[in-house]
Design a protein around this ligand. Structure first.
Ligand SMILES: *[C@@H]1O[C@H](CO)[C@@H](O)[C@H](O)[C@H]1NC(C)=O
Ligand SMILES: *[C@@H]1O[C@H](CO)[C@@H](O)[C@H](O)[C@H]1NC(C)=O
Length: 370
């Protein structure tokens, strides 16, 4: 109980810290006409002091969870959580980036700094501090938006291309066909060539034969949203797609298809309420490169949002063969889900062979009641 209180307070503090930064900004007389050049950056002493105060207070609070009044020691998980949790406290580890991000003229157009935002988010500084400026929109209006989630082409005018090396979807189709060739992606999600494949219609049959209705779900790391698109056109299922704009406008691509992109990193708590989703699918973004504590928290958050009887679908999760037995299977086992499908096979590409990796495709059903 005391831990819960402590951590609620910590969250509050993190929010307060965010506001402090905004306050700092408003009270500052410094107005920058243009985004400042990346180097060299001079951090004003008072901002550093603010950041140090925030850091010291957070450290103090984190430390104070082990005060002597309590009889039991602080659970290891909680301490861990304070380091990996998305409570904006990670922002204080990147004062240079944060200062660049918060350097803008209030009530005018925000600097176009998507790359900076993405870097902060990937470093765990999410949610980002709020800003009192207006986000930039593309220069030309989009003449028409596709109603079909598999349009022949995505509208280029929907995207501000300045930060990307490609300047059109046609270019992305050439350079990144895995994500941007919508039809190739579609076929790969529908095919059954090995045990590792689970075509969408087979999954829906599995659910139907268990009398389980699928209407709502989240596709974690869903790229350009092709899984959500298939679920929509074939089954009227509403899927949210989490995606980041790493080197390409993934969020815009998903939205241009009439689907909902969630701009959240893997360490972020899913922004939906407990027990509301019928399905959570983890695509190839969820793999062994995710730090174990983050992965474990992610699974528990997936469990939180799934309804009783809902499904967790791991699509070609990969890891070292030994780790699957010793680490991941026990971690997944702790959820207490029913194994509806569990298929493991060697990963036979060069890096898979070199590292002795295996793929796992699994469908797991959450217990109906706990
Ligand atoms: C999806 O919903 C629409 C409108 O309610 C309906 O006409 C259509 O038959 C549904 N499609 C499927 C595959 O259920
Ligand atoms: C998978 O790889 C392991 C070790 O690299 C090997 O011993 C095993 O025979 C392979 N299994 C298949 C089905 O190829």
């Amino acid at each position: 109980m005391a831990f819960t209180m402590g951590f609620n307070f910590l969250l509050l503090l993190a929010m307060a810290a965010t506001n402090l930064l905004s306050l700092y900004h408003l009270s500052s007389t410094f107005q920058s006409p243009k985004p400042s050049p990346p180097v060299p950056i001079h951090i004003p002493q008072h901002l550093l002091r603010h950041l140090n105060d925030i850091r010291a207070t957070i450290n103090h609070l984190t430390a104070s969870t082990s005060d002597s009044k309590r009889t039991s020691p602080v659970p290891h998980d909680l301490v861990l959580h304070s380091q990996v949790a998305p409570i904006a406290s990670s922002c204080h580890r990147h004062p240079y980036l944060l200062r660049r991000y918060m350097n803008y003229t209030p009530f005018s157009t925000c600097p176009y700094d998507l790359d900076l935002q993405e870097t902060l988010i990937l470093n765990g500084c999410h949610p980002l501090p709020r800003r009192r400026c207006f986000s930039k929109t593309p220069p030309k209006p989009t003449s028409s938006l596709p109603l079909n989630p598999f349009p022949t082409a995505l509208p280029d005018s929907y995207v501000i291309w300045t930060k990307y090396s490609c300047k059109s979807f046609a270019c992305l189709l050439q350079n990144n066909p895995i994500d941007f060739d919508l039809n190739a992606r579609r076929s790969s999600l529908l095919k059954y060539a090995s045990e590792l494949d689970l075509p969408v219609n087979r999954f829906m049959q599995l659910a139907k034969s268990a009398n389980s209705v699928i209407r709502l779900g989240i596709d974690i790391g869903g790229g350009t949203g092709t899984f959500a698109a298939l679920m929509k056109i074939f089954y009227n299922v509403t899927m949210l797609t989490t995606t980041l704009n790493v080197n390409a406008p993934y969020s815009e691509a998903v939205a241009a298809r009439g689907l909902v992109p969630l701009h959240v990193p893997l360490q972020q708590r899913l922004p939906v309420f407990d027990g509301t989703m019928d399905l959570v699918r983890c695509g190839r973004a969820v793999n062994r490169w995710i730090p174990l504590p983050v992965m474990e928290f992610m699974f528990y958050d997936v469990d939180r949002v799934l309804r009783g009887g809902g499904y967790l679908w791991l699509d070609r999760f990969f890891c070292k063969a030994m780790d699957l037995e010793e680490v991941y299977e026990p971690m997944i086992g702790k959820l207490g889900y029913k194994k509806v499908k569990w298929a493991v096979a060697n990963k036979t590409d060069p890096s898979g062979l070199k590292n002795g990796e295996v793929y796992l495709t699994a469908v797991l059903q959450k217990p109906v009641s706990r």
